[in-house]
Design a protein around this ligand. Structure first.
Ligand code: TMP
Length: 206
């Protein structure tokens, strides 16, 4: 399976508290152990500009409407593609992303009310590449997610429970629309979820 992952673009995404950053790190370690060259990035972020945009987006002191959020996330992503992802794929690395466009669909599109269709339309005009090869959604209910979020909450995490419930529903709705989005139950412990991530990738790229 590992040799099929050269130049592949794989995203782990899901609601806040789903554990995706931990799972991206575990997956990267696993693939590196199998001698694959792996590049990991986070969206928003990973470039100088992207990290500055990330600060604006997550700063609790800022008031941003859903469209402003959408455009800032998209701007950071466009920079990330050009500076980091495209060069890594060109080197035949496997690229792992902590979030991508699926988040904008679920947060600003579905929960924020902009609409998934409009997000996809703006993405088509903003990004050189819209969809990864595979997006894995780590699905957790709000209660489990909240228990995992112990640190000080940022501007997005502080949005209402109703908003975050819609985010989860948005990810599930998006997964219905595309064959390259796979939902896995991420309510179990770290090792169990890691196992499911590996199984999903193995069967998708076999
Ligand atoms: P992170 O802390 O998981 O890296 O994500 C930052 C926050 O930004 C998180 O609350 C999810 C949110 N977000 C969006 O609302 N839209 C997006 O397009 C992305 C990528 C993240």
């Amino acid at each position: 399976m590992v040799k099929n992952l050269k130049s592949r673009f794989i995203v782990l995404d899901g609601p806040d508290g789903c554990g995706k950053s931990t799972q991206v790190n575990l997956l990267a370690e696993y693939l590196k152990k199998h001698r694959l060259k792996v590049s990991c990035f986070r969206d928003p972020g990973s470039t100088d500009t992207g990290e500055k945009i990330r600060k604006i987006l997550l700063d609790r002191g800022n008031i941003l409407n859903d469209r402003t959020e959408l455009l800032l996330y998209m701007a950071s992503r466009s920079q990330l593609w050009g500076e980091c992802i495209a060069p890594a794929l060109k080197k035949k690395n496997c690229v792992l992303l902590d979030r991508w466009l699926s988040s904008t669909c679920a947060y600003q599109g579905f929960a924020g009310g902009v609409g998934i269709a409009k997000v996809l339309d703006i993405a088509a005009h903003s990004l050189e590449r819209v969809w990864p090869d595979l997006t894995i959604i780590l699905d957790v209910d709000l209660k489990t997610a909240r228990q995992r979020m112990k640190r000080g909450l940022d501007r997005m995490e502080l949005k209402s429970a109703a908003y975050h419930k819609k985010v989860r529903a948005g990810f599930l709705e998006l997964a219905e629309l595309r064959d390259d989005i796979v939902v896995i139950d991420a309510s179990g412990n770290v090792e169990a979820v890691h196992e499911k991530v590996i199984q999903t990738i193995t069967s998708f790229f076999k």
